[in-house]
Design a protein around this ligand. Structure first.
Ligand code: ADP
Ligand code: MG
Length: 712
């Protein structure tokens, strides 16, 4: 803090803005804000994702094959070498006072590498050197961790230390960020307050919060680097526990409040509508569908609201299960609602459920935010009077204006697109409805414990019989023509195709342009094909017309934005071509691929990618090629992105995990859960004097995320 003479000196607090930290200033404050950091406390909780270990610095002459080391030197040369057709390697020659060695990258973007490793710069490499059998020229590093610096870093005096590496942002060099962090720790360490109960700290041998934060940012040089890299130091463990414990405490606190007022209504299951409906289906239910329905029915028969997650890969047949559950509500004289994340998907659900409902004499309505005010009001009235028995819609369904006559069950399709907290809003609708949440994103058990607390889970782990595998191929700009040929051939054989264009620069406008241009291109290239486009901003009637034409096969190629990502079900579609596939997330790619392979046709997923490709982008495409089931895809996703991002945590309204890894830290989850439960059991309002700091921390970190503001 600046302490100017004449002004009253205020004691530093962790709520201070970052701007006045030594080394920050207004320009850097903006860059830090980009990283989500505005206060000292934000910065303290912005932890390194790895470390530079200068405690094990070796010279080139001391390298031993297979031994993990760090090397400090200068870049004496760089360049690319060809390894046959289309295969290239980027090499950096590193020099120190004892000799030369080489670092190699096989997957790279030349421009990026040239910028990252200018000749003459200082460089820090860490990794395990290996013998190069072919060149016979000593040891080299393949894909090491590497950073380069224009001026000398870390400086002679720093050899022997361990340095944090942060995810920084452009314009804020890592070295600068590191210095800022150092200044913060120096000034504020003493101000970091403990909020965990002492009994817990003692029981699990956890260090204080101040120590944990200080040493996780700047570990002592004696720290075991293996432990550090595996997040196993006592300090890191403390921060992991703290994070998980607060989440569990918040969820338990909330659940406890809800329990007092929660009482659902039991329903009779397997009624007349259900029996008729099952007979109408053109197929037999799979074993997994039957088992899941059994589990759902058991819940519906209880007078406690069901909280069930139905997890099934794309195409596993979740919709039929949902409709059966909805009809159970109708059999009991109550209403059933199905909520989907997009207008398009709710329209699709509506049109696929409609024929069944008509045959069963059940009234079904579509409630979205599209349509005239008058039409929307009429639908609301039908919902209020109970004339509408099944209601399909978007989140418009849980808006305040909509009052159900007697909502018995709500199904939420493709939950990964919804906020976990929207579940809270559902609970407020009507008479504590039963809730069935459906998702294609597999959620490891440890995650579901954290995110969903006491949700029970049913798995659709079996695809309907007769499904053909989907062949996934990657194409680049030069080979793109081949992808088109394949697409055209498939259509000649009677199939249909989607071509997906990505959202560019987050702007709907530019992605529309891409769709329009692609459509024009297809029409010119294949005048004999009937092609159309679809996007989210179209009028509902136009969109419905196009979808039904595509469903019937009069449209052969549908050029689309990502509006078709979830749920769309056209069994005859057998090709999906994804343009700029390198820009999509892995689970999004998997969802998109799930639009094909839903019928009896062998299907193709054509991923078209463009350079420059990031390592991650490449890893995602390869994962798509290698894995076809959602579970492996999710595991790969977790590996590539890390768990913080896994469920699109920000988007789904979940507190963002900074430290904990829900797979790695599974044991802490159970402990955190138990400790949180015990505290709430003894003191549901967290009113004891020695819990006040904890309560404050809970409000501070999770207040708005868990909607605790009014209750804490
Ligand atoms: P998702 O789980 O991705 O939501 P859907 O419910 O859309 O899957 O089902 C995909 C397709 O499989 C639909 O065309 C549906 O009619 C069909 N289907 C569902 N269950 C079965 C079954 N038991 N046998 C054959 N086809 C089925
Ligand atoms: Mg679906």
């Amino acid at each position: 803090m600046k302490s100017e003479t004449g002004k009253k000196k205020v004691a530093p607090s962790t709520n201070d803005p970052l701007q006045f930290v030594k080394g920050v200033g207004p320009k850097r404050a903006l860059l830090l804000k980009k990283l989500g950091l505005e206060t000292i406390d934000d910065a303290l909780r912005f932890l390194p994702f790895r470390y530079e270990d200068l405690s094990r610095v070796k010279k080139v002459s001391e390298l031993i094959p297979g031994e993990h080391v760090t090397l400090v030197g200068t870049i004496s040369n760089t360049g690319t070498t060809s390894l046959g057709i289309r295969k290239k390697v980027f090499e950096v020659i590193v020099q120190d006072e004892s000799g030369f060695t080489r670092a190699k990258w096989f997957q790279f973007n030349k421009k990026y590498m040239d910028k990252k490793f200018p000749v003459g710069n200082f460089i820090i490499l860490s990794g395990k050197p290996v013998v190069n059998r072919y060149a016979g020229s000593g040891l080299e590093f393949v894909h090491p961790d590497a950073e380069s610096f224009a001026d000398e870093f870390p400086g002679e005096e720093s050899i022997g230390q361990i340095f944090p590496v942060y995810h920084s942002t452009e314009g804020l060099p890592i070295k600068a960020l590191r210095n800022i962090m150092k200044n913060i720790i120096d000034v504020y360490q003493e101000r970091i307050e403990e909020f965990l109960p002492v009994t817990i700290l003692k029981k699990y041998h956890l260090p204080s919060r101040a120590q944990a934060l200080a040493k996780t940012h700047f570990p002592l040089k004696e720290t075991d680097i293996e432990e550090l890299e595996n997040f196993k130091t006592a300090e890191q463990q403390r921060l992991i526990f703290e994070e998980l414990f607060l989440i569990q405490l918040g969820l338990t606190f909330k659940r406890n409040l809800r329990k007092k007022e929660t009482f659902g209504k039991a329903m009779a299951t397997r009624g007349p509508l259900i029996r008729k409906f099952i007979k109408l289906l053109p197929f037999a239910l799979t074993g997994a569908q039957k088992r899941s329905l059994g589990e759902i029915m058991d819940n519906l028969e209880e007078n406690f609201p069901m909280n069930r997650l139905l997890q099934g890969d794309v195409g596993s047949g979740k919709t039929v299960v949902a409709l059966t559950a909805l009809l159970t509500a109708v059999d009991n004289g109550r209403q059933g609602a199905m909520m989907a994340p997009t207008e398009l998907l709710s329209e699709q659900h509506y049109s696929s459920l409609l024929p069944y409902c008509q045959k069963l004499g059940v009234s079904i309505e579509l409630a979205t935010s599209a349509g005239t005010a008058k039409a929307r009001r009429e639908i609301r009235e039908k919902i209020e009077s109970g004339t509408a028995q099944i209601i399909v819609g978007t989140h418009a369904l849980i808006q305040d204006k909509v009052n159900f006559k007697d909502l018995g069950l709500i199904v939420v399709d493709e939950q990964h697109r919804f906020g976990v907290l929207q579940r809270e809003a559902i609970g407020k609708k009507g008479n504590q409805p039963h809730a069935l949440i459906m998702t294609a994103t597999p959620i490891p058990r440890s995650l579901s414990l954290t995110l969903y607390g006491d949700f029970s889970v049913s798995y659709l782990d079996e695809l309907p019989s007769g499904r053909q595998p989907i062949k996934t191929q990657i194409f680049y700009e030069k080979t793109r023509e081949k992808a088109y040929t394949l697409l055209y051939k498939e259509i000649q054989k009677g199939g249909q195709a989607y071509i997906v264009c990505p959202l560019i620069d987050e702007s709907e406008k530019s992605s529309l342009k891409a769709v329009v241009e692609t459509l024009a291109f297809i029409k010119m290239k294949y005048p004999d094909l009937s092609a159309e486009l679809i996007h989210g901003k179209m009028k509902r009637e136009d969109r419905q017309k196009i979808m039904s034409d595509f469903q019937e096969g009069t449209i052969q190629v549908l050029v689309a934005t990502t509006v078709i990502e979830v749920g769309i079900d056209v069994p005859n579609a057998s090709v999906i071509m994804i343009e700029h596939s390198e820009r999509f997330g892995l689970s999004q790619l998997h969802q998109l691929r799930g639009r094909v392979g839903r019928g009896q046709r062998a299907s193709h997923c054509l991923l078209v990618a463009y350079y420059p490709l990031t390592e991650e982008g490449k890893a995602r495409l390869n994962a798509m090629k290698e894995f076809s089931d959602g579970f492996s895809i999710a595991e790969e996703d977790l590996k590539i992105r890390g768990p913080g991002d896994f469920l699109g945590a920000r988007q789904s309204g979940m507190p963002f995990l900074r430290m904990a890894n829900l797979l790695r830290d599974f044991e802490w989850i159970e402990i955190a859960r138990n400790e949180a439960r015990q505290i709430i059991e003894n003191d549901p309002g967290l009113n004891a004097p020695d819990l006040q700091k904890l309560k404050k921390a809970l409000g501070h970190y999770l207040g708005d995320k868990l909607d605790l503001i009014n209750v804490i």
